[in-house]
Write a protein that binds this ligand. Structure first.
Ligand code: 13P
Ligand code: SF4
Length: 354
């Protein structure tokens, strides 16, 4: 008898947020050596907006890229460099490898996980999909290579609504995994028939609508910017809902002098650059009396630093490998999205500075 309710995998083993500490002068010497090795090894740094300002600056100064996960995938694919250094979390490194099997893909710390990826083990997900053969399987980028291999489509947050609307217009019913909040948002935005996996992001699930309401009372001119991995009550308060790149663009474009931002606070580095005169406030995570695990910063993103970046360049270790049979299946679901993005005018639209 097929099960209609997917299993829940609450992720309890969340590491503490440990930011890298550097001695005086260390930053400069590390940065200089990294720049030299990137050049010598024909390597580029592909960094996510949630990594440290230091890494983001370095990526931009050395011809790499800082972006959301859609553009990270596309940049790595388009780049001519022999080596991609992915400063982000494991699924981003795997996606780079899936799209670029001929390239060496390194990560400063491959233990950098993601609670969404962890919440969706490939074997259980496969069983769930097999129990619903009439449904098109759409998975978020924040999943393992094996889960992408089982999917028909992979999507990122910047394109999820468009893809679901497209599939609905073709009369398709969907399985969506693993983020239940993003899935709920996509379902409401499109009216698609979707069965949702029950994963969540340990950073975004903590944002509290009540705390945002209090801030809105204090700052009536503020706009609220929300990443769609947040709970529905938080999304309901948003002036803008979008991927990291979409939120950064909104921060620059909105006339409001104050912005309340419900996403990882690593994004503030780029937001300060594009919206210099505006006051940026972190959306509250804890609420009265609650305990805060992440405090608006992803503990796995925080594992990327200058020291381990230099170490992988020196050793060539921490290389990402994906089994070839898995890769060949996973690349189909990613390419579907990339082709769709190109056709729907999203070509190269997700990088800072574009
Ligand atoms: P974006 O695709 O919006 O960059 O999101 C990736 C992510 O992991 C958000 O938590
Ligand atoms: Fe995963 Fe959340 Fe970290 Fe993004 S912020 S990588 S969704 S745990």
């Amino acid at each position: 008898m097929p099960s209609l309710v997917p299993p829940a995998h609450p992720v309890t083993d969340v590491p503490p947020v440990l930011e890298e500490t550097l001695l005086p002068g260390e930053r400069e010497s590390l940065t200089a050596r990294i720049k030299q090795l990137l050049h010598e090894q024909d390597a580029v740094l592909v960094a996510h907006y949630y990594t440290s300002g230091e890494l983001q600056r370095l990526a931009e100064e050395t011809g790499g890229c800082v972006s959301d996960s859609l553009e990270m995938a596309r940049f790595g694919h388009a780049s001519k460099a022999k080596t991609l250094i992915v400063a982000g979390v494991k699924f981003m490194g795997e996606t780079a490898k899936i799209l670029n099997p001929e390239k060496r893909v390194l990560m400063p710390d491959p233990r950098a996980e993601c609670s969404l990826d962890l919440s969706c083990p490939a074997d259980e997900f496969t069983r769930f999909c097999d129990a619903h053969p009439d449904r098109t399987v759409v998975v978020y980028a924040n999943t393992s290579a094996e889960v992408k291999a089982r999917a028909d489509w992979m999507v990122t947050s910047s394109i999820a609504v468009k893809v679901a609307a497209h599939l609905k217009s073709r009369g398709e019913k969907l399985i969506w995994a693993p983020d239940r909040f993003l899935g709920d948002y996509v379902q409401k935005a499109t009216g698609a028939d979707m069965l949702l996996w029950r994963g969540s992001c340990v950073v975004h699930e903590r944002f509290k609508a009540e705390g945002i309401r209090d801030l809105k009372r204090e700052f009536p001119d503020a706009a609220v910017l929300v990443h769609p991995e947040s709970p529905a009550a938080v999304i309901a308060m948003a002036d803008v809902v979008g991927s990291t790149t979409q939120l950064i663009r909104a921060a620059a474009a909105l006339p409001n002098p104050v912005l309340i931002v419900a996403t990882d606070n690593g994004i503030f580095h780029k937001m300060r650059e594009v919206a210099p005169g505006k006051r940026l406030i972190e959306a509250p995570t804890g609420g009265t009396g609650a305990t805060c695990v992440s405090c608006a910063h992803c503990p796995w993103m925080a594992m990327n630093g200058l020291k381990n970046l230099l170490a992988v360049l020196e050793s060539g270790g921490q290389e990402i490998h994906v089994d070839e049979a898995v890769r060949l299946r996973a690349v189909r679901s990613i390419n579907r999205m990339l082709e769709f993005a190109g056709q729907s005018g999203m070509a190269l639209a997700g990088r800072s500075g574009d």
